[in-house]
Design a protein around this ligand. Structure first.
Ligand SMILES: *Cc1c(COP(=O)(O)O)cnc(C)c1O
Length: 237
């Protein structure tokens, strides 16, 4: 049964996080699991919530919007982890509790407006948590997703000016074809500088199914795990 499969995979991933924390001398309570449910149906999200998952990640706006609506009764925290288009950013901020992929100043306005529309049960503006996505690609590489490290400070300032966005920290993906430990070591140094300027922005979202141990060793507070929990995704993305 799907529920048993998800339960077993989830237990194995939680165990991996614990072991990684032990090796790094960290408290496992410091590392949160975000289960990436992209390409999988809302029924899986429901099973995951039953298994104690509190945070889910999605990377495509339309799919995320539909699933968040279908699962609105579950009280989950929705993380948007995909590339953001400026014409979709306001809509994303209307259902995502955490936007992890803010990588350019142009997105701050629409995200703020989208977040403005959200209110909690008492009608108070609820706001949206934001992580800045930093690129770990070597400089000069053609397409990068994520801001260059030097762009983080001005971007953070723009977020801090917004009344509805809360700057929480950084997100990164290890580049393909490089040892993730080397990439996450660079990330740890970038984060150290960043937190010095923005002492409350302590979240570090890094590590996926294949490299969560390396990310935990380099200070990740959130790991985003998809296939190790849900199984392989369809090949076309
Ligand atoms: C899909 C995705 C993940 C999860 O990847 P897995 O290898 O399936 O664990 C994590 N982060 C981002 C940004 C993703 O797009």
């Amino acid at each position: 049964m799907r529920a048993d499969e998800l339960a077993a995979n989830l237990a194995a991933v939680r165990r991996r996080i614990e072991v990684a924390c032990e090796s790094a001398g960290r408290d496992p309570g410091e590392v949160s699991l975000v289960v990436v449910t992209k390409f999988f149906p809302a029924s899986d999200v429901r099973l995951l919530a039953d298994l104690g998952v509190t945070d889910v990640g999605e990377n495509r706006h339309q799919e995320a919007e539909a699933k968040a609506a279908e699962c609105a009764d579950l009280g989950l925290r929705w993380h948007f982890i995909g590339g953001l288009q400026s014409n979709k950013a306001a809509a994303v901020a209307s259902y995502a509790d955490v936007v992890e992929s803010l990588d350019r100043a142009k997105l701050v306005g629409p995200l703020s407006r989208g977040a403005q529309a959200r209110t909690d049960a008492t009608g108070v503006a609820a706001g949206v948590d934001v992580l800045l996505q930093v690129s770990l690609d070597p400089p000069g590489t053609g397409h990068r997703s994520g801001a260059a490290p030097a762009e983080l400070d001005p971007l953070a300032q723009r977020v801090e000016e917004s009344e509805t966005l809360r700057l929480r920290g950084l997100m990164a993906v290890a580049p393909l074809g490089e040892d993730p430990a080397a990439a996450f070591a660079r990330l740890a140094a970038i984060r150290e500088d960043f937190v010095r300027e923005h002492p409350r922005a302590t979240v570090l979202s890094a590590g996926m199914s294949g490299d969560l141990e390396a990310a935990v060793a380099h200070g990740a507070t959130h790991v985003r795990v998809g296939s190790a929990v849900l199984g392989p995704r369809p090949a076309v993305q």
